[in-house]
Write a protein that binds this ligand. Structure first.
Ligand code: NAD
Ligand code: UGA
Length: 459
């Protein structure tokens, strides 16, 4: 029998690191979990009651475990030194400079994490890549570790990509479709795999614990995200055809999704997908295909279609508002990239709002979970001194007064509960609704008197 894991250190206190660590801490009371981050402000926020991100069910988990067997620290030495197993959960954004700019992954944080680990480690550790990385990143980590290991200390690298989605992270972690663990086919590698398997086996059924070789595990994560993104681009491409022909994309999705080989989920046409990962991972997947240009072009088209969908939506607003939005007030509902999160990374709302601002529109943006300072930052808007003529106003309570259009960018459930009769009464006429998520009752809006535009259907 192998040595049980007693102490875990997680590097990166973000959307992946914290929910994963909190779930492990709650399911494994005998394991001590410390999450470390270079951002002292983030660590302080996790140690307070004002957490830096919103994720349903996470605060409850943290209040049960923090100070018991879950800790947050910016000490990058002690918790790493004491850990048997280290999860690397740092961000791996797209490179914004130099070679591979705009496509390749920026692996600076990953390498920094590997160097932190090896600098302190006097005991052998299992180093687990949880961040999403290009295939064979584990080899780079391994090489850095080997070159810096102390004599007699040999670390093992595993790949354990994370499949949680924001807004449902805790549920996804508690009941994952599968947990993937990749390791080298050596005795050490396989022992490390089994030690990590026994952590998850506390709450994940055995048949969902899938082990494989390192490179398959790394690549599976990229393929999964690329295929999810491709599915959305496929239904969004269909939505453009629906609008041109009079077909209804919701009906098409229903019919297509009823085929058990295709399945009904993840077929909602929208103003485009967002989030920190889909675009990055699709492009990342394309990069190793540098010598396979057809393959790279195929995946790039998923991103191209997504850009097209965002601008198609924004341009429809401009065209339908009689080809000018200059000086017109437009109420934007929702700014996060999806509901149940406050995350705005790559949110399609950003592209849509920027396009409208460029055309001279005066936006009022409301999101239940995004701070107005974040909205201003994403839209490059300074704090307004004169509320009346600012390009972007963020309001806690929606005011659509005088607006020419209401634009839905995020599918927050509360938006379908709004009193659209009152909203209509307060708006400029003709009053438009552009539903970028197909979440409103379009027939009811038409009866009120709205001109309604949705994605992939004519109304
Ligand atoms: P994030 O930005 O929310 O968190 C990453 C954290 O790492 C930040 O707090 C940052 O300060 C910290 N960090 C960076 N360099 C560090 C270093 N050298 N030492 C210590 N801390 C450091 O990112 P995220 O959304 O949690 O994503 C992390 C990884 O997981 C990415 O590779 C992403 O692709 C992948 N992933 C994300 C999701 C998701 O839904 N967000 C889901 C699955 C996988
Ligand atoms: C996605 C994957 O679903 C996770 O499995 C993966 O772990 C994660 O990326 C990651 O690697 O980061 P996430 O981006 O958090 O999770 O959220 P999704 O639910 O996948 O939504 C992504 C975007 O697609 C959102 O903007 C969403 O509104 C949009 N979407 C989703 C649609 O437009 N239509 C759909 O039918 C589904």
């Amino acid at each position: 029998p192998h040595q049980p894991i007693r102490r875990i250190c997680c590097i990166g206190a973000g959307y992946v690191g914290v929910p994963s660590s909190a779930v492990i801490a709650s399911k494994c009371p005998d394991i001590d979990v410390t999450v470390v981050d270079i951002s002292a402000a983030k660590v302080a926020a996790w140690n307070s009651d004002r957490h830096p991100l919103y994720e349903p069910g996470l605060s409850e988990l943290i209040s049960q475990t923090r100070g018991v067997n879950l800790h947050f620290s910016c000490d990058m030495i002690g918790p790493l030194e004491g850990a048997d197993l280290v999860f690397i959960c740092v961000n791996t954004p797209t490179k914004a400079y130099g070679l591979g700019q705009g496509k390749a992954a920026d692996l600076t944080t990953l390498e920094a994490a590997a160097r932190h680990i090896v600098r302190t480690a006097s005991q052998p550790k299992i180093v687990v890549e949880k961040s999403t990385v290009p295939v064979r990143a584990a080899e780079s980590i391994c090489t850095i570790l080997r070159a810096n290991e102390r004599p007699g200390v040999r670390h093992t690298v595993l790949s354990n990509p994370e499949f949680l989605a924001e807004g449902s992270a805790v549920q996804d972690l508690l009941r994952p479709d599968r947990v993937l663990i990749g390791g080298e086919r050596t005795d050490e590698g396989q022992e490390a795999v089994q030690r990590l398997v026994s952590v998850y086996a506390r709450w994940v059924p055995k048949e969902r614990l899938v082990t494989m070789n390192l490179w398959s595990s790394e690549l599976s994560k990229l393929v999964a995200n690329a295929m999810l993104a491709q599915r959305i681009s496929s239904i969004n491409a269909a939505s453009a055809i629906c609008e041109a022909t009079g077909a209804d994309v919701s009906e098409v999705a229903l019919a297509v999704g009823a085929d058990s080989r295709i399945g009904p989920r993840f077929l909602c046409a929208s103003l485009g997908f967002g989030g920190s990962c889909f675009q990055k991972d699709v492009l990342n997947f394309g990069v190793p295909c540098l010598n396979l240009p057809e393959v790279a072009r195929y995946w790039e088209s998923v991103v191209t279609l997504n850009q097209y969908q965002k601008y198609r939506f924004a341009d429809k607003i401009i065209v339908d508002l009689f080809n000018t939005v200059k000086g017109k007030r437009i109420a934007v509902l929702g700014f996060a990239f999806k509901k149940d999160t406050g995350d705005t990374r790559e949110s399609p709302a950003i592209d849509v709002c920027r396009r409208l601002i460029d055309e001279g529109a005066l936006l009022r943006v409301y999101d239940p979970k995004v701070a107005s300072s974040q909205i201003r930052l994403d839209l490059n808007q300074p704090e307004p001194d004169e509320a009346s003529d600012a390009a972007v106003l963020t309001v806690r309570l929606l005011s659509c007064e005088g607006a020419h259009a209401v634009v839905i960018c995020t599918e927050w459930s509360e938006f379908s509960q709004l009193d659209f009769g009152r909203i209509f009464a307060s708006m400029a006429k003709p009053a438009f609704v552009f539903d970028g998520r197909n979440v409103l009752d379009h027939e009811a809006l038409l009866r009120i008197g709205f001109r309604v535009r949705a994605v992939g259907k004519r109304l």
